[in-house]
Design a protein around this ligand. Structure first.
Ligand code: AR6
Length: 170
């Protein structure tokens, strides 16, 4: 179990040929907007909705897998980030748990590469710089058999944050 190679990537997570793509879902796993909507559209709405409906929802900080259907990635790992409400309601612990649980589920699937979106930084309002710092710190220290972690930014600001924290910057 050596630390994974972690890279920042700017672009659409649904196009990535990794073993597992992480979805920033809601606790009902009911589909939605943002990256969740993009993943449903690219995977196939009918198939992915049906697979999610069998999972019984997902608690914030937890993660559950479905097949990737029409995605290049064979697996989707659905996780539910915290809704930001000032940072004193356990948001950092829940967000760190999302990253750790996704890596653990990826291990169970035998995945060696995984791509994460910037969980909670869209509709759920988590400040992007705090989320990026926590994402880098958590994936660099969580034990797993994953060899490649791609931290996927959908905007240049988030991409710059990942590059900065990956270089060990403040
Ligand atoms: N590829 C990579 N990143 C993306 C893509 C994409 N195709 N599309 C958006 N992002 P959000 P949340 C980025 O709102 O804050 C949904 O309705 C986006 O720019 O998707 O965890 C769910 O059903 C942002 O940086 O997720 C939940 O109800 C990041 O993905 C709720 O939103 C996360 O933004 C979850 O909110």
């Amino acid at each position: 179990m050596s630390p994974p190679f972690i890279e920042a990537f700017l672009g659409d997570i649904t196009e990535l040929p990794v073993d597992a793509v992480v979805n920033a879902a809601n606790s009902r796993l009911a589909g939605g907007g943002g990256v969740d909507g993009a993943i449903h559209r690219a995977a196939g709405v009918t198939e992915l909705r049906a697979a999610c409906a069998t999972l019984g929802g997902c608690d914030p900080g937890d993660a559950k897998a479905t097949p990737g259907f029409a995605l290049p990635a064979p697996w989707i790992i659905h996780t539910v980030g915290p809704v930001w409400s000032g940072g004193h309601k356990g948001e950092p612990e829940i967000l760190a748990s999302c990253y750790r649980r996704c890596l653990a589920v990826a291990d169970e699937l035998g995945a060696r590469s995984i791509a994460f979106p910037a969980i909670s930084t869209g509709v759920y309002g988590y400040p992007p710089h705090l989320a990026a710092e926590l994402a880098v710190a958590t994936v660099s220290t969580a034990p797993s058999d994953i060899e490649l972690v791609r931290l996927v930014a959908f905007d240049t600001e988030t991409h710059a944050l990942y590059l900065r924290f990956l270089r060990g910057g403040p």
